[in-house]
Design a protein around this ligand. Structure first.
Ligand code: NAD
Length: 439
C-alpha cells in the first residue's frame, strides 16, 4: 500500500497540519534516476586536525563531483576527514570544522565522516575513533530533511580503496542508508572502465528474482551493465519469465533448496558468475510456543541452509570467479528480533554469522567478497499485508520517518557487487533509514 502520509506531507497544507499536530514529517527522498544521477551541489571537504591524507581524499572526492574546501552556500554533501583524531581532545577539532556549517547542508544532503579503525594497541586513539561512532549515529537521528550520516573507516594507507564506497555514500543511490559504520579492508580495487556501467561484462545471478526486492536487484544490476540470471521457484515461473523478459535477463525456474541447485546454477552460467545474490526467502510466522517443527525447519532451510550449501558448492567449484561478489540478504529482524518471527530472525541472524566468518577466508582463498544487506521496513507486498497500526509504526520509527523501497536494497547490493568494491568485505549494511531506537 502506498505511503499516503509521505505524499500528504509533501504538500503545503500537509506540512502545516503535520507540524501543528507534531506528527513525523518525512521528507521525500531523492533517489537515483537518469535525470538525477548525482547529488545536486558541491561537496564540502573538511579536515579535523593535521591529516596526512588531505590531498589524496580531495582527489578521490573530486572524481565524484565538484568539491569545495571553503564554505559553500548549500553543499549537497560534507566529508569530514577525522583520520588524524587520535585523542578525545581531537574531537574538539571535529566540532570546530563541522558545527559552523552543518545547518547549511542541503535537504537530502550527505555527511560522511572518514575515520580509521579503533586501535587495539592505543586506547586513547580507540576511544577517540569509537567516539565518532556515537557522534555519527546521533547526528543521523537529529539531522532531518532526508539527510544521511555515515562513518567510513579506512586505513590511511588504503584510501585508494574507498572510491566506490565514497561514490555510493555521496550519491542518490544511498538515499535510505543512514547511521552506518562501514569498515574497509586495504584490498586494492579493480579499476572501473566506465562508472555508468560498472558491471559491464559481468554475470550476476539473483535468487528469488521473480518479484519484490529480488526483481529490483536484478533490474539495478542490469542497469549497471551486468548480464543477469533471475532464479525463482518453478511455481512462480510465469512471473519469473515476465521479470526476466523485461530486463533482457535469463530465467532459471529452480527451488534453491533442491539437492542439485548448485549444479543447475553452474550449468546455467557456464562461463562462471561474478555476482551471486542470495535474496530468496519465505516466512512462516508464529510465536515460538505455537511453532511446529516443519515451519521452523522450512524457514531455516530456505533462508539460511540453502545459502550455505550453494555458497560452499559454487565457491568450491570455482563457479563464483576470482574477483566475484557474494551478497546475502539479512534483515533487521535478525539484529533486533521480531515478535512471531523466531524462525525467520534465526535464519537472518545466521546470515550475519556466515558473512562475518566467511568473508576473510573467501577473499584469501578465492578472491571473492561476501557482504550482506539488512533491510528494515521496505514497501513490498509483504509489508503491505501487515496490519495498519504495526505497519505505520514500522514505517515511521526511523530517522527518515518512512519505509524504504526495493530499489534502496538493490542499490546497496549493486555497490557491493562493483568490481571496485574489493575493500568492502564482511560488512552488514542496514538499509533501514536508521531505527529511531537502538542502532
Ligand atoms: P518476497 O517474498 O516478495 O520474494 C521472495 C522471493 O523468493 C519470491 O519470488 C519467492 O518465490 C522466492 N522464493 C521463495 N522460496 C524460494 C526457493 N526455495 N527458491 C527460490 N526462490 C524462492 O520477499 P521480499 O519482500 O522481496 O524480500 C526479499 C528479501 O529481502 C528476503 O530475503 C527478505 O527476507 C528480505 N527482507 C525483506 C524486507 C521487507 O520489508 N520486504 C525486510 C527485511 C528483509
Amino acid at each position: 500500500m502506498a505511503d499516503r502520509c509521505l505524499h500528504f506531507t509533501g504538500t503545503a497544507p500537509g506540512r502545516f497540519l503535520t507540524r501543528r499536530l507534531g506528527l513525523p514529517q518525512p521528507a521525500p527522498l531523492r533517489r537515483w534516476s537518469p535525470q538525477t544521477p548525482s547529488l545536486d551541489g558541491p561537496l564540502l571537504h573538511l579536515t579535523a586536525g593535521d591529516s596526512a591524507v588531505t590531498e589524496e581524499l580531495g582527489a578521490l572526492l573530486t572524481a565524484t563531483g565538484p568539491v569545495v574546501t571553503a564554505r559553500a552556500e548549500r553543499p549537497a554533501g560534507m566529508v569530514v576527514d577525522t583520520t588524524a583524531v587520535d585523542t578525545p581532545r581531537g574531537l574538539a577539532d571535529v566540532h570546530a570544522v563541522l558545527h559552523p556549517v552543518i545547518r547549511s547542508l542541503a535537504p537530502g544532503g550527505r555527511v560522511v565522516v572518514v575515520g580509521v579503525r579503533p586501535s587495539a594497541d592505543d586506547h586513547h586513539q580507540a576511544a577517540a575513533q569509537q567516539a565518532l561512532e556515537g557522534f555519527v549515529r546521533s547526528l543521523g537521528k537529529e539531522i532531518g530533511r532526508g539527510a544521511t550520516v555515515q562513518l567510513l573507516r579506512v586505513a590511511p594507507d588504503a584510501l585508494a580503496s574507498a572510491g566506490s564506497t565514497l561514490r555510493f555514500l555521496l550519491s542518490p543511490r544511498s538515499a535510505y542508508v543512514s547511521g552506518q559504520v562501514i569498515e574497509l579492508t586495504s584490498a586494492a580495487p579493480d579499476p572501473v572502465a566506465d562508472w555508468e556501467v560498472p558491471l559491464a561484462g559481468r554475470t550476476a545471478l539473483v535468487t528469488g528474482a521473480a518479484r519484490g526486492i529480488g526483481a529490483s536487484v536484478a533490474s539495478v544490476l542490469a542497469r549497471d551493465g551486468a548480464r543477469v540470471v533471475c532464479l525463482d521457484i518453478p511455481q512462480a515461473k510465469d512471473e519469473l519469465a515476465r521479470t526476466a523478459d523485461r530486463l533482457g535477463a535469463a530465467a532459471l525456474p529452480l527451488g534453491i533448496t533442491a539437492d542439485d541447485a548448485a549444479e543447475r546454477i553452474a550449468a546455467t552460467a557456464p562461463g562462471g558468475l561474478d555476482v551471486l545474490v542470495h535474496n530468496a526467502d519465505i516466512t512462516r510466522d508464529r510465536r515460538f510456543a505455537n511453532m511446529p517443527a516443519d515451519r521452523w525447519a522450512s524457514v531455516v532451510d530456505v533462508n539460511l541452509d540453502s545459502v550455505l550449501r550453494t555458497t560452499d558448492a559454487l565457491l568450491k567449484a570455482g563457479t563464483v570467479r576470482r574477483g566475484g561478489r557474494i551478497v546475502a540478504t539479512a534483515s533487521i529482524a535478525g539484529i533486533a528480533g521480531n515478535n512471531g518471527q523466531t524462525n525467520y530472525a534465526a535464519g537472518k541472524a545466521g546470515i550475519i554469522g556466515l558473512v562475518r566468518s566467511l568473508a576473510p577466508r573467501a577473499a584469501a582463498d578465492h578472491g571473492v567478497t561476501v557482504n550482506a544487506v539488512a533491510p528494515g521496513f521496505i514497501e513490498t507486498k509483504m509489508t503491505a499485508a501487515v496490519p495498519l497500526f504495526i505497519r505505520e509504526a514500522g514505517r515511521r520509527m526511523n530517522s527518515l520517518a518512512q519505509g524504504g523501497l526495493p530499489v534502496d536494497v538493490a542499490e546497496t547490493t549493486a555497490w557491493f557487487a562493483q568490481p571496485s568494491s574489493t575493500a568492502v568485505n564482511g560488512q552488514i549494511v542496514r538499509v533501514y533509514g536508521q531505527s529511531l531506537l537502538g542502532a
